[in-house]
Ligand binder design. Structure first.
Ligand SMILES: Cc1cc2nc3c(=O)[nH]c(=O)nc-3n(C[C@H](O)[C@H](O)[C@H](O)COP(=O)(O)O)c2cc1C
Ligand code: SF4
Ligand code: SF4
Length: 252
């Protein structure tokens, strides 16, 4: 039986959900590596199946996630690769994920882009992945399963070429309401960039912060949120521009 491993970077939880949905189609126990905190080497074999999901940040993979993923190696290991985005743009992210996996000796038997609730702009792609998305994700996973069973393990073609999108730090600030903070330090622990001082969880070092949203999602008191003029003025414009529904795409 194939050993299934889930690998994801999922600050607000939707990419993890997509990966789990795919994995649920394989009758196998599952191991998982959460790149928010896993930053080590690891090697897989030919009889493993790795399901990898990363979110899209400004048309690229999150820098920390791609650096951590690059330490994980395959040995002709079948992989399913998904980039998950907030109904705006995919940019170079899926091709970037392909390149890392191929370089590290994985065989991508299926790849795709899925759409989830936008983790910064809360009115975009609300409620996604929804029932329709889940049905398409399951159909894709079943086709990957058939390929795996038939031994069809070559890398799939992903159309398009990289546009050369530069890594970009978004200008938005994250604030913390001191009157709500319970000083539980969950945000300090989850932050992949060590941008929240462990002696002052109300603070954020914006030179280190990637705006990943993990601290906002984990905070039990809803004390942390995007704030400031740049965010407030962009929000209505972005939400209007990205209100039309996009659909997931899969390559097999
Ligand atoms: C810093 C940052 C940049 C983002 N850039 C994009 C983008 O370029 N295109 C897009 O459609 N969504 C973008 N999003 C939205 C996320 O890709 C989307 O919400 C995804 O579902 C987040 O995954 P998660 O729930 O696993 O954290 C961005 C989110 C963040 C936090
Ligand atoms: S402080 Fe920034 S990098 Fe750290 S968890 Fe929050 S959003 Fe992510
Ligand atoms: S997770 Fe929320 S409540 Fe806990 S320390 Fe951070 S800001 Fe405060």
């Amino acid at each position: 039986m194939t050993n299934v491993t889930k690998i994801f970077f999922s600050p607000s939880g939707t990419t993890k959900e997509v990966v789990a949905q795919i994995a649920g189609n394989f009758e196998s126990s599952e191991e998982e590596y959460d790149l928010l905190n896993f930053n080590s080497t690891k090697e897989f074999n030919e009889d493993d199946l790795v399901i990898i999901g990363l979110p899209i940040f400004a048309g690229r993979l999150p820098k920390t996630a791609s650096e951590r993923l690059a330490k994980i190696k395959g040995n002709n290991t079948p992989a399913i690769a998904v980039t998950n985005y907030g109904n705006a743009n995919v940019g170079d992210a899926l091709l970037e994920l392909r390149d890392i996996l191929v370089e590290n000796n994985f065989n991508i038997i299926g790849a795709g882009t899925t759409i989830s609730h936008h983790s910064i702009f809360s009115n975009v792609a609300v409620g996604r992945p929804d029932e329709d998305d889940i049905a398409k994700i399951n159909e894709f996973a079943q086709k990957c399963k058939s390929k795996l069973e038939s031994g069809e393990l070559e890398n799939v073609e992903i159309p398009g070429e990289k546009q050369g999108i530069e890594l970009k730090q978004l200008p938005f600030l994250i604030g913390c309401d001191e009157t709500l903070c319970a000083f539980c330090y969950d945000c300090v622990t989850v932050c992949p960039e060590k941008a929240i001082p462990d002696d002052d969880p109300v603070d954020t070092d914006f030179d280190l912060c990637s705006r990943c949203t993990a601290c906002i999602s984990i905070c039990p008191e809803d004390a942390r949120s995007f704030t400031g003029e740049a965010f407030e003025s962009k929000k209505p414009v972005f939400e209007e521009a990205n209100s039309e529904r996009k659909e997931p795409e899969f390559y097999l």
